[in-house]
Design a protein around this ligand. Structure first.
Ligand SMILES: CC(C)(COP(=O)(O)OP(=O)(O)OC[C@H]1O[C@@H](n2cnc3c(N)ncnc32)[C@H](O)[C@@H]1OP(=O)(O)O)[C@@H](O)C(=O)NCCC(=O)NCCS
Length: 161
């Protein structure tokens, strides 16, 4: 059993509970993500991610309060890859190791599943995300011009397992 099992639950830093998501978590995530990012990002996470990928999504909470999430999934077409679409930690919980711990659980599950590479992307302005991914071992390239369409450049992250 691991963080892709659909009913995973474990204790993270400072007594935070980390568990697999259920589709009903969707509303709680979109309710906080604009504030957590400091800009509008909710449009990046349509409901379909929670409906169809919740068994590999991680939710962190304490006393019922949402403190973090990691939205990722194994690639259905690239058998050796997994992808992290969206991850965030509540401002008051940052630098406690929660972001790193959610990634550790996801990467372990990806490795168990035979995946050898994990990818993610971020906006070039998101220096915190770039520093975080570099710190946990991702190679960083970019900006890749027009990666997500005209005028939308992206930094790319890659971690070989
Ligand atoms: C990026 C984010 C998820 C990191 O979560 P976190 O729980 O604070 O990260 P951790 O405490 O696990 O940090 C692990 C390491 O990453 C690096 N890091 C994290 N935040 C950093 C920052 N603001 N500046 C520089 N390095 C940072 C550090 O090396 C840190 O280790 P240290 O605290 O021992 O020095 C969080 O800041 C966040 O939610 N940001 C807004 C949303 C976002 O940009 N998400 C990522 C893109 S999808």
């Amino acid at each position: 059993m691991n963080a892709w099992s659909g009913d995973w639950e474990s204790e993270g830093p400072e007594g935070v509970l980390i568990r697999n998501a259920v589709p009903e978590d969707y509303g709680r995530i979109v309710a906080v993500c604009d504030e957590w990012w400091g800009r509008p990002v909710a449009h990046i996470l349509p409901r379909l991610f929670l409906d169809h990928f919740h068994t590999t999504i991680l939710i962190a909470e304490k006393g019922g309060e949402l403190l973090g999430f990691l939205v990722g999934f194994p690639s259905p077409t690239k058998a050796d890859e997994a992808y992290v679409h969206f991850s965030g930690v509540a401002p008051e919980q940052r630098r406690s190791g929660l972001g790193r711990e959610m990634y550790r659980l996801f990467l372990d599950a990806a490795r168990d599943d035979g995946r050898t590479v994990v990818r993610a992307v971020t906006s070039p302005v998101n220096e915190r995300s770039i520093a975080f991914h570099r710190s946990i071992g991702f190679a960083v390239t970019g900006p890749h011009e027009g990666y997500d369409g005209p005028g939308t450049d992206r930094m790319a992250f890659e971690l070989r397992l």
